[in-house]
Design a protein around this ligand. Sequence first.
Ligand SMILES: NC(=O)c1ccc[n+]([C@@H]2O[C@H](COP(=O)([O-])OP(=O)(O)OC[C@H]3O[C@@H](n4cnc5c(N)ncnc54)[C@H](OP(=O)(O)O)[C@@H]3O)[C@@H](O)[C@H]2O)c1
Length: 268
Amino acid sequence: MSALPALLLVGCGKMGGALLSGWRERGISTAIVVDPAPGAAELAAPGIKITASAQEIPPDFTPAAVILAVKPQAAPQVLPAYGRFAGQAVFISIMAGKTIQSIGQMLGADAAIIRAMPNTPAAVRQGITVAVAGSLVTESQHALADTLLAATGGVAWVTEESLLDPVTAISGGGPAYVFLLTELLEKAALEQGIPPDLARLLARQTIIGSGALLAGSTDDAANLRIAVTSPGGTTEQALAVLRADDAWPKSISAAIDAATKRSQELQG
Ligand SMILES: NC(=O)c1ccc[n+]([C@@H]2O[C@H](COP(=O)([O-])OP(=O)(O)OC[C@H]3O[C@@H](n4cnc5c(N)ncnc54)[C@H](OP(=O)(O)O)[C@@H]3O)[C@@H](O)[C@H]2O)c1
């Protein structure tokens, strides 16, 4: 596997840091990381240079990709300084809600832009990223972006940018729903008189183990559920409550719909 080409990472927080550490495993030749936060220095390694601002990037640096991982609200102040790489590098934005069109307005009309939505399991290489390529992206830039995004887990490509709104609702926010389920299982365990340490252990390990079981199986989730459910047994009682029309089927659809609509409202 050959080392990655020269990279420029703008913003090295939770998500940018996860990407960078995935690329380090893959083999970085040269990378410049721009982030004013001192924590970014922990990621320093041979070939990686950390700088606090775009002004410190050497004028002869020619990255193949510029990865935009700052907060969306910072984009108008931060992005214009990177417009000078338009025409040579592919820009890969992971900023939630920033459209290819709006990013193009900040970088210049000749910027080749890919918009991607990762999720936080990226930190343990178990993420899922959905990406969409703008019209100026070449085949080789598309392939490079696929390699870079795959450093933190799975990658799926779509051709309709509007799909990133429901994607944001499902997989972008999805880890939060699973963590909420963990919290609620722990709370219910406490309510049933299980001691706190055991309640926490049972809730966490049930989520972790179920995820691993799902990961190791090609079976549908529905079949894995049925395998736990004996007719007339305890799980069937719980599922009857959870699967009532006005319970999980309704509330999860409503939650995803609300998040999708919020994502649409935040576009810009
Ligand atoms: N977290 C998620 O679940 C998730 C999921 C999908 C997409 N995203 C997207 O990923 C992006 C990053 O999110 P995050 O959770 O990684 O946020 P984060 O941890 O706050 O990372 C952003 C980083 O950018 C740095 N920064 C601020 N101004 C900068 C500048 N002028 N130049 C370079 N770097 C600068 C910040 O430093 P300071 O801390 O010093 O300000 C911080 O280290 C966001 O656009 C978000 O929408 C996040």
